[in-house]
Design a protein around this ligand. Sequence first.
Ligand code: MCN
Ligand code: CUM
Length: 793
Amino acid sequence: MTAVDEIKIGGLGVSRRRVEDNRFIRGKGNYIDDVVLPGMLHMEILRSPLAHARIRSIDTSKAWAMPGVRLVLTGETMAARNLAWMPTLSYDTQAVLATDKVRFQGQEVACVIADDPYIAKDACEAIMVDYEPLPPIVNPTQSLAEGAPLIRDDKENQPDNVIYDWEVGDKDGTDRAFAEADIVSKIDLHYPRSHPSPIECCGSIADFNRATSKLTVYMTTQAPHIIRAAVAMVAELPEQMIRIISPDIGGGFGNKVPVYPGYVASILASILLERPVKWIEDRTGNLISTGFARDIYLHGEVAMRKDGRILGVRMQTMADHGAFFSDAQPSKFKIGLMHSAFACYDIPNAHLLARGVYTNKAPGGVAYRCSFRVTEAMFFQERMIQAAADDLGMDQAEFRRINFVRDDDFPHRTPYGFLTDSGQYAKCLDVGLEAIGYRDFLKQKEEAAKRGRLLGIGISTMTEPLGAGNSREYDILGIKMFDSAELKVHITGKALLRTGARGQGQGHETTWAQIVAHELGIPAEDITVEEGDTDTAPFGMGTYASRSTPVAGAAVAMVSRKIRAKARKIAAHLLEISEEDVEWELGRFYVRSQPDRGVTIQECAVAAYSNMPDGMEPGLDNTAYYDPPNLTWPFACYIVTVEVDPETGVWDVLRLVAVDDCGVRINPMIVEGQIMGGLTEAYAMASMQFITFDAEGNCIGSNFTDYLLPTAWETPGFELHEVVTPCPHHPIGAKGIGECAAVGGPAAFVNAVIDALKGTGVRNIDMPVFPDRVYEALQTGKDVSGAPPVRTD
Ligand code: MCN
Ligand code: CUM
């Protein structure tokens, strides 16, 4: 008898096929719209056509009179139950259904609940709303202008449209660094508003049962337990009588973290009608009203010595949060983790000033593969780094290498105060440069320039904080950030694992089983993974910020170790030796002096139910709650080469090399899938994807002909490479990966296009880097801003 072969049982490092795909690719997934309950009614939402207007009156009589209509909800109905406004995760308030004013186009004004969704939709159109238009505000400049209309006149002590001013870093030290600098590089950037736009939009089915007083809500949520707590608090219902079920989710990308008015309205409707009420959002509803991302401006400055060393960094950000401050982020910091910028560089002084403002645009913020503004932080960082290298006249790769934190300099305090713990930054860069053939490309570029061809190369290197929290620094409305796993090993040695996370396509059902296989030697195929039902899963904080592997994944390893510790006692009993003489190898305990005398983990499982030692509790179940000591800090290096057509401004990606270090990889195939997906989204943001507004506050990007998603046709090919620096504090050495490529990728594309335009005087073209913007830059030799309002003629 020997240890089981970890590769054969689907343990750590195996590119095991995704078990969830068995149902997904056969069309057997169970998404929100697949759930049908007896007696179910349907809800539709009436949205505001105007961006800013006072509501004079709402006449619902025609809607009520339509056959099949069961209920019409307005702000007034909600207000009577103290539900017209709800708290946001950023300690602001958000209208559920508008009472006084509408504050963005697409805002929820009324809901109709009817026998079928078509009647409900028709009845919505029969509702007459009398609006008195007010001037709309679509960017921070308008928002801060003298005499600008006050958007949040519902709030006491809100004299203007400023939400917060926040600062971090050492201002005096940074001022001194700038005074001593040989060169100061400056740049102004806008990261446009974008949207996660998952395949499945949002939805819920609320089912209140008067007989049992139990409220069951099926809901597209990435964080079911947090929703249960929020519903208990906001609706003042007993928490044990609330069950949130998050069925299969057709992509989340952050869109399914916040609480939306549709969820709240469907819950109230079900309580009032005592029938299940289903709300399924349409695409336009999703794009114009739910959690957007980015929409933030930067003025950045880098102070340098002639030899290339960065002495200090200044960042001033201006975030456009829309009409309600509802960033879904659990840090205490107003601008999320923006100050994780420059974490991979050894910079002595830095200062960040962040301002947030209200505008007449949809609220949300922070969603879309982002880890709480880290996407913006790394984009700004890498655009600033490239501009600084150019201003200095230094090779962009060399400039990065000179300023990187060195491998022997960990733990490292970042310029804004985070603690990073591991990495091989220069090695990742070298692997990338080697793969792309850096020196050769520079020669090619020079040659091409002689023939009027514009080639460019862009680099983006970054380490990002993934895995909130630790509970010291992160909480959601006071609930500390940790996560959980519960493992039940059955009598036959098969097991059921549940966690407090909620995958949306990331492959948790596959990878969590691999961690158990690695820790216990139980074949992955013998382990079923379940998530997303608050009545069965242990309490957890859900899936976002790529926190599942860093936190819930760690809990999976820890609960497996608890099970192993108990199994060891059982093994000692079965082998009739003392516990000290028991040795472990994968899948089996044996007698130290007699390695061929042993028992398998499965034999221990049988004994846990049939032959346990005297005094031992029967069974082989346990739960682990894991509070990580720190965030995990994966590193990435993305390098893109492009050719820009000077006649049209069209740019094509020639090659894209990605080097990712996410520590130990549980499932390399899934990790690569995450990276490719992220790179696709990065390419989308850099080249074609944004939500913008015209001067009237009309949302442009409210459907898939305006809001572009790249298909396999446009998307470039990716060349993936890896470096592995295990996370020193994670039980299996893993770091998060889910967002890295979407975070680090965009700057590589933009840097490449700007590099191709070097010498024309153009320092920046805001994303999306549309061909017409490139053309304009080439014609004028000037930067192109993407700030709204945009022309729509
Ligand atoms: N993994 C691994 N080895 C590692 C790290 C991760 O094998 N060292 C695996 C994990 O086991 C998991 C996947 O990679 O199956 C992603 O893990 P992780 O980085 O922990 O991220 P999460 O599971 O917490 O997923 C969240 C992250 C976020 S925040 C967004 S946004 C996003 C993303 O995942 N949304 C996605 N990727 C997505 N992928 C899909 N298909 N759908 C989404 O909605
Ligand atoms: Cu911010 S998108 Mo992900 O963290 O769900």
